[in-house]
Design a protein around this ligand. Structure first.
Ligand code: ADP
Ligand code: MG
Length: 246
């Protein structure tokens, strides 16, 4: 077990003003190291809210989120989680470290900075690394990943000189640059044409299977969802397993 959500609830608005709306209602989810999960659900069902909570960009009103760093040697058992593994008890500094080192985000739109080259965009999450040797290793990793997704030749070009698919592949490399244990993708193929949908889907699966990065993908693409280990539907504030490959 890498990550475990227990009884998560989250709403928006104000009860006093009568605008309160519960979005997540006692939601639970367990994710194993290296596992891939698709989340389906209509617009407004809370998919982005859930991913934001998983990535600690937002916090639940109640519930717990347990996490243990991936381990090469030992399987992590759910029963071994203790309060110090509860993300919601982390200090601000621990949260930033967790988000920066363990989580990679890919969104529907690439969100690359237009004034930076592809390579500069990809290195943005590594700017806090001061150690020269580590910085060099990071640059080498950026080049390897860019070559792997087929954009190394565009490293010194700017996002507006490239296609949506190429930019989205750069966003994927940026998400992976710190070698996260978990990749969260929110409708990552939603703005791409069919060829690029397939190419990005292949890359997501390759990163998951070859590199062992756990993957949670929110998608409307049934064909992408069908390639994941498990498919859940988010409905009435909780997750319902639709099928499982295991
Ligand atoms: P999905 O990603 O499945 O389309 P979201 O998680 O974005 O759904 O939104 C779920 C519900 O919560 C929607 O009704 C949305 O309007 C509402 N919502 C999301 N974020 C906020 C926010 N920051 N403030 C108020 N309401 C929000
Ligand atoms: Mg959304």
């Amino acid at each position: 077990m890498l990550l475990s959500l227990h009884n998560i609830s989250k709403g928006y608005g104000s009860e006093a003003e009568g605008t309160y709306r519960k979005v997540l209602d006692g939601l639970s989810l367990s994710l194993n190291q290296g596992e891939s999960i698709a989340i389906l659900g209509p617009s407004g069902s809370g998919k982005t809210t859930l991913l934001s909570i998983l990535g600690t960009l937002d916090f639940p009103d109640s519930g717990n989120i347990y996490f243990k760093a991936p381990s090469a040697t030992a399987e992590i058992l759910e029963s071994s989680f203790t309060e110090k593994d509860n993300i919601l008890s982390y200090s601000q500094k621990e949260l930033e470290h967790f988000r920066n080192r363990q989580i990679g985000f890919v969104f529907q739109f690439h969100h690359l900075l237009p004034q930076c080259t592809l390579l500069e965009n990809i290195l943005l999450p590594t700017l806090t690394i001061k150690d020269k040797t580590k910085r060099e290793a990071t640059l080498a990793r950026a080049r390897v990943l860019m070559a792997r997704v087929g954009i190394l030749q565009y490293r010194n070009q700017f996002p507006n000189q490239l296609s949506g698919g190429e930019c989205q592949r750069a966003a994927l490399v940026r998400a992976l640059i710190n070698n996260p244990g978990l990749l969260l993708a929110d409708e990552p193929t939603g703005a791409l044409d069919e060829d690029n949908v397939n190419r990005l889907a292949d890359l997501l699966l390759e990163i998951n299977k070859q590199d062992g990065v756990s993957l949670i993908v929110v998608t409307h693409s049934i064909s992408l969802a069908a390639r994941m280990d498990k498919v859940y539907e988010l409905k009435n504030g909780s997750l319902h397993l639709k099928n499982s490959a295991q």
